[in-house]
Design a protein. Sequence first.
Length: 275
Amino acid sequence: MKYIGNNKSKELHLEYCPWAQLMNEEHIRLFDSLDDAIAAGYDPCGHCQPFTWEGEEARGAAKFTASFNVHYHGAPADWDTQIHRGETIELNAEIKPVSGSQSSLEGKTVKFAIVYHAGSEYPLGTVITGTDGRASLTHTFPENISTCTVHLVAHFDSDVEPDKIERYAAMYDMVSEADFHPKQPTDDNTDITFRLDSPMNGEVKIYRRFFLIFWLHKRTISWSFKEKGPAHVIWNGRNAEGKKTWGIFKAVIEADTWPLSGFDKVELRRIKRKR
Protein backbone atom coordinates (compact mmCIF):
# COMPACT_ATOMS: atom_id res chain seq x y z
CA MET A 1 0.00 0.00 0.00
CA LYS A 2 1.34 3.39 -1.03
CA TYR A 3 0.40 6.55 0.83
CA ILE A 4 0.14 9.84 -1.05
CA GLY A 5 1.02 13.02 0.79
CA ASN A 6 0.34 16.60 -0.22
CA ASN A 7 3.52 18.51 0.61
CA LYS A 8 1.57 21.79 0.52
CA SER A 9 -1.35 20.97 2.84
CA LYS A 10 0.55 18.24 4.76
CA GLU A 11 -2.40 15.89 4.29
CA LEU A 12 -2.05 12.14 3.72
CA HIS A 13 -4.27 10.04 1.40
CA LEU A 14 -4.70 6.43 0.40
CA GLU A 15 -3.99 5.57 -3.24
CA TYR A 16 -7.66 5.30 -4.26
CA CYS A 17 -8.81 8.53 -2.59
CA PRO A 18 -10.53 10.84 -5.15
CA TRP A 19 -8.92 13.86 -3.49
CA ALA A 20 -5.49 12.38 -4.15
CA GLN A 21 -6.36 12.05 -7.85
CA LEU A 22 -6.94 15.82 -8.03
CA MET A 23 -3.56 16.69 -6.52
CA ASN A 24 -1.04 18.66 -8.57
CA GLU A 25 2.03 16.56 -9.39
CA GLU A 26 4.42 19.03 -7.80
CA HIS A 27 2.63 18.57 -4.44
CA ILE A 28 2.81 14.75 -4.39
CA ARG A 29 5.03 12.97 -1.90
CA LEU A 30 4.87 9.18 -1.65
CA PHE A 31 5.30 7.19 1.56
CA ASP A 32 5.77 3.44 1.98
CA SER A 33 4.51 3.40 5.56
CA LEU A 34 2.28 5.33 7.92
CA ASP A 35 5.15 5.71 10.38
CA ASP A 36 7.17 7.61 7.78
CA ALA A 37 4.22 9.92 7.02
CA ILE A 38 3.51 10.57 10.70
CA ALA A 39 7.18 11.28 11.36
CA ALA A 40 7.11 13.81 8.50
CA GLY A 41 4.20 15.66 10.17
CA TYR A 42 1.34 14.63 7.85
CA ASP A 43 -2.29 14.60 9.00
CA PRO A 44 -4.89 12.06 7.77
CA CYS A 45 -7.44 12.82 5.05
CA GLY A 46 -10.93 12.85 6.58
CA HIS A 47 -12.39 11.06 3.54
CA CYS A 48 -10.17 7.98 3.06
CA GLN A 49 -8.87 7.95 6.68
CA PRO A 50 -5.40 6.48 6.07
CA PHE A 51 -4.71 6.23 9.80
CA THR A 52 -7.27 3.42 9.97
CA TRP A 53 -5.20 0.23 10.02
CA GLU A 54 -6.65 -3.28 10.30
CA GLY A 55 -9.91 -1.88 11.61
CA GLU A 56 -8.48 0.28 14.42
CA GLU A 57 -8.24 4.05 14.12
CA ALA A 58 -5.03 5.70 15.19
CA ARG A 59 -6.59 9.02 16.06
CA GLY A 60 -7.33 10.46 19.46
CA ALA A 61 -10.58 11.67 20.96
CA ALA A 62 -12.55 14.22 18.94
CA LYS A 63 -11.84 17.86 19.77
CA PHE A 64 -14.67 19.28 17.66
CA THR A 65 -18.26 18.61 16.64
CA ALA A 66 -19.49 19.27 13.10
CA SER A 67 -22.67 20.35 11.32
CA PHE A 68 -23.47 20.61 7.62
CA ASN A 69 -26.45 22.18 5.85
CA VAL A 70 -27.46 22.99 2.28
CA HIS A 71 -29.34 26.15 1.24
CA TYR A 72 -31.21 26.86 -1.99
CA HIS A 73 -32.72 30.29 -2.70
CA GLY A 74 -31.84 31.25 0.89
CA ALA A 75 -33.84 28.42 2.49
CA PRO A 76 -32.68 25.06 3.87
CA ALA A 77 -32.79 22.26 1.28
CA ASP A 78 -33.99 18.72 2.04
CA TRP A 79 -35.52 15.65 0.39
CA ASP A 80 -38.51 17.68 -0.83
CA THR A 81 -36.45 20.48 -2.40
CA GLN A 82 -36.55 20.52 -6.22
CA ILE A 83 -33.44 22.18 -7.67
CA HIS A 84 -33.44 23.64 -11.17
CA ARG A 85 -30.42 23.14 -13.41
CA GLY A 86 -28.12 26.11 -13.86
CA GLU A 87 -28.98 27.44 -10.40
CA THR A 88 -26.74 27.61 -7.35
CA ILE A 89 -26.86 25.95 -3.95
CA GLU A 90 -24.78 26.92 -0.93
CA LEU A 91 -23.04 24.33 1.22
CA ASN A 92 -22.39 25.47 4.79
CA ALA A 93 -20.30 23.55 7.32
CA GLU A 94 -19.42 24.54 10.87
CA ILE A 95 -17.29 23.04 13.61
CA LYS A 96 -17.50 23.79 17.32
CA PRO A 97 -15.17 22.74 20.15
CA VAL A 98 -16.29 19.93 22.42
CA SER A 99 -16.90 20.81 26.02
CA GLY A 100 -13.67 21.81 27.75
CA SER A 101 -11.60 22.05 24.56
CA GLN A 102 -9.63 25.24 23.92
CA SER A 103 -8.55 24.25 20.39
CA SER A 104 -8.66 26.88 17.65
CA LEU A 105 -11.52 26.66 15.15
CA GLU A 106 -9.42 28.16 12.39
CA GLY A 107 -7.59 26.16 9.76
CA LYS A 108 -9.65 22.96 9.77
CA THR A 109 -10.21 21.25 6.40
CA VAL A 110 -13.71 20.64 5.01
CA LYS A 111 -14.03 18.69 1.77
CA PHE A 112 -17.32 18.96 -0.09
CA ALA A 113 -18.39 16.30 -2.58
CA ILE A 114 -21.47 15.17 -4.52
CA VAL A 115 -22.75 11.74 -5.53
CA TYR A 116 -24.97 11.27 -8.60
CA HIS A 117 -27.21 8.20 -8.94
CA ALA A 118 -25.52 6.25 -6.12
CA GLY A 119 -22.23 6.38 -8.02
CA SER A 120 -18.78 7.67 -7.13
CA GLU A 121 -18.10 10.87 -5.26
CA TYR A 122 -17.21 13.92 -7.36
CA PRO A 123 -15.12 16.39 -5.31
CA LEU A 124 -16.57 19.90 -5.34
CA GLY A 125 -13.79 21.64 -3.46
CA THR A 126 -11.85 22.00 -0.23
CA VAL A 127 -12.47 24.93 2.13
CA ILE A 128 -10.49 25.89 5.25
CA THR A 129 -12.50 27.06 8.26
CA GLY A 130 -12.16 30.66 9.43
CA THR A 131 -11.81 31.91 12.96
CA ASP A 132 -15.54 31.27 13.49
CA GLY A 133 -15.19 27.60 12.51
CA ARG A 134 -17.29 28.01 9.36
CA ALA A 135 -16.62 26.93 5.78
CA SER A 136 -18.90 27.58 2.79
CA LEU A 137 -18.93 26.63 -0.88
CA THR A 138 -21.35 27.38 -3.72
CA HIS A 139 -22.12 24.89 -6.48
CA THR A 140 -24.02 25.40 -9.74
CA PHE A 141 -25.54 22.28 -11.27
CA PRO A 142 -24.70 21.49 -14.91
CA GLU A 143 -27.51 22.09 -17.38
CA ASN A 144 -27.28 18.52 -18.68
CA ILE A 145 -27.46 16.69 -15.35
CA SER A 146 -30.06 13.92 -15.31
CA THR A 147 -32.92 13.98 -12.84
CA CYS A 148 -31.77 12.36 -9.60
CA THR A 149 -31.56 12.53 -5.86
CA VAL A 150 -28.71 14.91 -5.05
CA HIS A 151 -26.43 13.34 -2.44
CA LEU A 152 -24.12 15.97 -0.91
CA VAL A 153 -21.27 15.13 1.45
CA ALA A 154 -18.99 17.08 3.79
CA HIS A 155 -15.79 15.41 5.03
CA PHE A 156 -14.05 16.77 8.12
CA ASP A 157 -10.63 16.30 9.75
CA SER A 158 -9.97 13.22 11.86
CA ASP A 159 -10.37 15.11 15.18
CA VAL A 160 -13.91 16.20 14.24
CA GLU A 161 -17.00 14.16 15.13
CA PRO A 162 -18.70 13.11 12.95
CA ASP A 163 -16.04 13.21 10.26
CA LYS A 164 -18.65 12.80 7.48
CA ILE A 165 -22.14 14.30 7.13
CA GLU A 166 -24.57 13.73 4.25
CA ARG A 167 -27.48 15.81 3.01
CA TYR A 168 -30.02 15.22 0.23
CA ALA A 169 -32.14 17.18 -2.24
CA ALA A 170 -33.49 16.43 -5.75
CA MET A 171 -33.12 17.71 -9.30
CA TYR A 172 -36.22 19.03 -11.02
CA ASP A 173 -37.53 16.79 -13.83
CA MET A 174 -35.68 17.52 -17.08
CA VAL A 175 -38.77 16.65 -19.18
CA SER A 176 -42.22 17.56 -17.86
CA GLU A 177 -45.73 18.59 -18.95
CA ALA A 178 -45.64 16.27 -21.98
CA ASP A 179 -48.70 16.01 -24.22
CA PHE A 180 -49.76 15.50 -27.84
CA HIS A 181 -52.37 16.90 -30.24
CA PRO A 182 -54.75 16.15 -31.79
CA LYS A 183 -56.34 13.58 -29.50
CA GLN A 184 -58.69 12.21 -32.14
CA PRO A 185 -57.45 9.89 -34.92
CA THR A 186 -55.72 11.88 -37.64
CA ASP A 187 -53.89 11.43 -40.93
CA ASP A 188 -52.20 14.83 -40.49
CA ASN A 189 -49.27 15.89 -38.30
CA THR A 190 -49.05 14.99 -34.59
CA ASP A 191 -47.69 17.79 -32.40
CA ILE A 192 -45.71 16.47 -29.39
CA THR A 193 -45.20 19.12 -26.70
CA PHE A 194 -43.20 19.16 -23.48
CA ARG A 195 -41.24 21.45 -21.15
CA LEU A 196 -37.46 21.36 -20.60
CA ASP A 197 -35.69 22.43 -17.41
CA SER A 198 -32.62 23.53 -19.40
CA PRO A 199 -31.34 23.72 -23.00
CA MET A 200 -31.01 20.14 -24.17
CA ASN A 201 -30.68 17.63 -27.01
CA GLY A 202 -32.61 14.41 -27.29
CA GLU A 203 -34.90 12.15 -29.29
CA VAL A 204 -38.54 11.24 -29.69
CA LYS A 205 -38.93 7.54 -30.45
CA ILE A 206 -42.16 6.44 -32.11
CA TYR A 207 -43.55 2.94 -31.50
CA ARG A 208 -46.61 1.21 -33.02
CA ARG A 209 -48.71 -1.13 -30.89
CA PHE A 210 -48.60 -4.74 -32.06
CA PHE A 211 -50.93 -7.51 -30.76
CA LEU A 212 -52.18 -5.35 -27.86
CA ILE A 213 -49.09 -5.74 -25.61
CA PHE A 214 -46.07 -5.36 -27.92
CA TRP A 215 -44.54 -2.17 -29.32
CA LEU A 216 -42.54 -2.00 -32.55
CA HIS A 217 -40.07 0.86 -33.05
CA LYS A 218 -40.99 2.79 -36.20
CA ARG A 219 -39.04 6.04 -36.16
CA THR A 220 -36.64 8.25 -34.18
CA ILE A 221 -36.85 12.04 -34.39
CA SER A 222 -33.86 14.00 -33.05
CA TRP A 223 -34.41 17.38 -31.40
CA SER A 224 -32.24 20.19 -30.01
CA PHE A 225 -33.43 23.27 -28.11
CA LYS A 226 -31.10 26.11 -27.08
CA GLU A 227 -33.48 27.52 -24.49
CA LYS A 228 -35.30 25.95 -21.57
CA GLY A 229 -39.09 26.06 -21.34
CA PRO A 230 -41.80 24.94 -23.79
CA ALA A 231 -40.69 22.69 -26.66
CA HIS A 232 -42.44 20.73 -29.38
CA VAL A 233 -41.67 18.16 -32.06
CA ILE A 234 -43.78 17.49 -35.14
CA TRP A 235 -44.31 13.92 -36.34
CA ASN A 236 -45.72 13.68 -39.84
CA GLY A 237 -47.05 10.17 -39.33
CA ARG A 238 -44.37 8.47 -41.43
CA ASN A 239 -42.01 5.69 -40.40
CA ALA A 240 -38.22 5.56 -40.89
CA GLU A 241 -38.69 4.53 -44.54
CA GLY A 242 -40.95 7.53 -45.22
CA LYS A 243 -44.17 5.49 -45.48
CA LYS A 244 -47.40 6.70 -43.89
CA THR A 245 -48.51 4.59 -40.94
CA TRP A 246 -51.78 3.98 -39.13
CA GLY A 247 -52.86 2.39 -35.84
CA ILE A 248 -52.14 3.17 -32.18
CA PHE A 249 -48.73 4.59 -31.28
CA LYS A 250 -46.70 5.83 -28.35
CA ALA A 251 -44.01 8.52 -28.30
CA VAL A 252 -41.06 8.25 -25.89
CA ILE A 253 -39.35 11.58 -25.24
CA GLU A 254 -35.73 11.08 -24.14
CA ALA A 255 -33.24 13.77 -23.08
CA ASP A 256 -29.48 13.33 -23.65
CA THR A 257 -28.54 13.88 -20.01
CA TRP A 258 -25.38 13.18 -17.98
CA PRO A 259 -24.21 10.93 -16.35
CA LEU A 260 -27.11 8.71 -17.50
CA SER A 261 -28.06 9.43 -21.12
CA GLY A 262 -31.74 8.78 -21.83
CA PHE A 263 -32.52 8.45 -18.11
CA ASP A 264 -34.96 11.35 -18.37
CA LYS A 265 -37.83 10.04 -20.49
CA VAL A 266 -41.59 10.47 -20.70
CA GLU A 267 -44.06 8.22 -22.55
CA LEU A 268 -47.14 9.45 -24.38
CA ARG A 269 -49.58 6.65 -25.26
CA ARG A 270 -52.70 6.22 -27.36
CA ILE A 271 -51.61 8.40 -30.26
CA LYS A 272 -54.13 7.37 -32.92
CA ARG A 273 -53.58 7.60 -36.64
CA LYS A 274 -56.04 6.63 -39.38
CA ARG A 275 -55.51 5.41 -42.92
